[in-house]
Design a binder for this molecule. Structure first.
Ligand code: P6P
Length: 336
């Protein structure tokens, strides 16, 4: 029986297809792979220790152990800084971007933006969470400290993007612009194995994911689309099913496999939308488009065409099966 290809073997095969590849991206994925295994181990202790807050105990270095989302940030930051190919990162857990000064990091040609543990409030109720990452080539001169411009690039400049979902199994799903592939961690071996080659998002779906608690504050077009999802219509297999986990990576992952749409419009507490453009929406949008889906912020406005103005800016977000996103665009456009 043929052994399943591991993530490392897959990346090396892909690198062989790009003779000019320097191996830098391979090194970055190796860092992400390592940090995600560490996080897998910690998250799966959820039943044993309080990992949603300071646990009150000290680790071997005498440091007080930290909230898991801050812990995740430190692990990914350390892993990414260790290889000398990443010159800096931006993170939901960091107010400003971080310039790496370790070793020859300034020679690094890539920057990474990440949400190290998205949906972390779900940890203490044992609901799946995820890490989201987005990789760009730096635009500032190699050898100098990173600048804001390195991070404020539009999503269509991404070199790679992906997520790790810590659920019933831990999976890493990523794209480098040549399709989407999913790898499942085999904890007994400590390797990610190619389990979902060439992932394609169904053009249509019957699942809509939205926090309907915000309904009364949604734009009229969104309200009309939600009612459309709930109407009886056999020809379009409606009513659809409402599925909302409250963890973007989990909702997106299910919709990627089964077909569906995730909506986070403007709402009362989020006049610009809740989700962050740079390290949540852009990477998920890259994956969606590479898998045949679509991601917009407003009708006719692709997420990846937004020119970012500040690191933590938010945006309305509609992502999923192409025909479902285009249908919500119709409802939004009709109200403009
Ligand atoms: P709400 C988690 O905080 C997150 O950023 C996404 O993972 C998730 O889809 C969304 O916010 C949930 O937000 O307002 O519905 O609780």
């Amino acid at each position: 029986m043929e052994m399943t290809k591991t993530l490392g073997e897959f990346i090396i095969d892909c690198q062989a297809e790009h003779p000019h590849a320097t191996g830098a991206l391979t090194a970055i994925f190796s860092s992400i792979r390592l940090a995600s295994k560490v996080l897998h181990r910690e998250i799966n202790k959820a039943g044993l220790v309080d990992i949603t807050g300071a646990v009150g105990s000290e680790n071997v270095q005498g440091e007080e152990q930290q909230k898991l989302d801050v812990y995740a940030n430190e692990k990914f930051k350390t892993a990414l800084a260790a290889r000398g190919v990443v010159c800096g990162i931006a993170s939901e857990e960091e107010d400003k971007y971080v310039n790496f000064e370790e070793g020859n990091s300034q020679e690094g040609e890539y920057v990474v933006l990440m949400d190290p543990l998205d949906g972390s409030s779900n940890i203490d109720v044992n609901v799946s969470v995820g890490t989201i990452f987005s990789i760009y080539r730096r635009v500032s001169p190699v050898g100098e400290p990173v600048t804001a411009a390195d991070f404020l690039q539009p999503g269509h400049k991404q070199v790679a993007a992906g997520y790790v979902i810590y659920g019933s199994s831990t999976m890493l799903v990523y794209t480098t612009g040549n399709g989407v592939n999913g790898f499942t961690l085999d904890p007994s071996l400590g390797v990610f194995c190619l389990s979902h080659p060439n992932m394609k998002m169904p053009e249509d779906g019957k699942i809509y994911s939205v926090n309907e608690g915000n309904y009364i504050h949604f734009p009229t077009g969104v309200k009309k689309y939600i009612k459309y999802c709930q109407e009886e219509d056999e020809t379009t297999q409606r009513p659809y099913t409402s599925r909302y986990i409250g963890s973007l990576v989990s909702d997106f992952h299910r919709n990627l496999i089964k077909g569906g749409i995730y909506l986070y419009p403007t709402a009362r507490n989020y006049p610009s939308g809740k989700l962050r453009l740079l390290y949540e929406c852009n990477p998920i949008a890259f994956l969606a488009e590479q898998a045949g889906g679509k991601a917009v912020c407003n009708p006719g406005e692709a997420i990846m065409d937004i020119t970012p103005e500040e690191l933590h800016q938010r945006t309305p977000f509609f992502v999923g099966s192409k025909n479902m996103v285009e249908k919500v665009e119709e409802f939004l456009a009709a109200e403009q």
